[in-house]
Design a binder for this molecule. Structure first.
Ligand code: NAD
Length: 309
């Protein structure tokens, strides 16, 4: 375990991530930070009081400041607001960019060596804000989206095939949005190409459902968005770092020439270990997949150019 992991934003995703980190004992302390007075303190205390039952020694502490977060090994950023009626996507982006900027200024001051895992939306643009504001090297700024999108894809495939989720290997690349790119050519069931087990029409339906995975949950919840799987995704990345697992996970990473692209965050296969991003893996893609990845990059660049920070 590491000494300290901070989770900024004690809302649905942040609080659930803190609980998962504690239950896995990934750090001695998990610090939950939020601007809402009392919320992180109450949730932190409640989680610490479940420790004697769930049997973990990770101390969860809630706070409204950053002193307690000093020298965190990892900081997971989930602070933000959801879109309100009448608010455009650009309004939301600029509001959340302001929030992520103020959070990152504090984090860079108090935990200058931390590895950041950004979760706040719009994901790929918020990663850019985090990198720009902190000035951290690219190995220490990662975004969580591909792990979630891939988990949704794997869950739907497991349902369709009636097999264990464990046996489905897959990757969803690209930006976190309608343009995400599920890579069918690398989707296997215990090594068997999925195209041998499911027909194209079924696969296309699953890809479509994956693309709309977030909206499907919002449709049910009405007043909020998904948080169990998103928090699990962020914690899987944190675990790979803490345990130096060198896992190959689809994460949003700052590209420096990989896939012929530079100067943006995009979901690509990454090796994740103790240094955060150990390596971006460049894999062969079909021409259709490469084209879809390019389109996805365009959809990230456009708002990135407009963000006011
Ligand atoms: N990347 C992904 O795949 C993914 C998945 C799910 C959710 N998200 C995003 O994660 C974010 C959090 O989602 P949620 O469901 O937990 O929302 P939520 O509304 O439940 O929680 C957000 C929290 O952020 C806090 N906050 C606002 N400004 C802050 C600041 N300056 N400092 C600290 N805390 C601040 C709020 O008080 C609130 O408690 C949203 O932007 C959401 O869109 C991303």
């Amino acid at each position: 375990m590491v000494n300290r992991i901070t989770v900024v934003g004690a809302g649905n995703v942040g609080a659930t991530a803190a609980q998962r980190l504690a239950e896995k004992e990934l750090a001695r302390q998990v610090i939950l930070v939020d601007i809402a007075e009392g919320i992180p303190q109450g949730k932190g205390l409640d989680q610490w009081q479940s420790a004697p039952i769930e049997l973990y020694d990770t101390r969860v502490i809630g706070t409204n400041g950053y002193d307690e977060t000093a020298d965190s090994d990892i900081v997971i950023i989930t602070a933000g607001i959801a879109r309100k009626p009448g608010m455009s996507r650009d309004d939301l982006m600029n509001t959340n960019a302001g929030i992520v900027k103020s959070v990152c200024e504090q984090v860079a001051r108090t935990s200058p060596n931390a590895i950041l895992i950004v979760v706040s939306n719009p994901l790929d643009v918020m990663c850019y804000v985090a990198k720009k504001v902190t000035g951290f090297p690219r190995n220490r700024v990662l975004g969580m989206a591909g792990v979630l999108d891939t988990a949704r894809y794997r869950a739907f495939l497991a349902d369709a095939l009636d097999v264990s989720v464990r046996d489905i290997q897959a990757m969803v690349l690209g930006g976190h949005g309608d343009t995400m790119v599920p890579i069918i050519s690398y989707t296997t069931v215990s090594g068997i190409p999925v195209t041998q087990l499911l027909d194209r029409a079924t696969l296309d339906k699953i890809v479509d459902r994956t693309r709309n995975g977030g909206a499907e949950i919002v449709g049910y919840l009405k007043t909020g968005s998904a948080y169990y799987a998103p928090s699990a995704g962020a914690v899987q990345m944190a675990e790979a770092i803490v345990k130096d697992q060198r896992r190959i996970l689809p994460c949003a990473a700052w590209l420096e020439g990989e896939y012929g692209m530079s100067g943006l965050f995009l979901g690509v296969p990454c090796k994740i270990g103790r240094n955060g991003l150990e390596k971006v893996l460049e894999v062969e893609l079909t021409s259709a997949e490469r084209e879809a990845l390019g389109k996805s990059a365009d959809a990230v660049r456009e708002p990135m150019g407009k963000v006011g920070i």
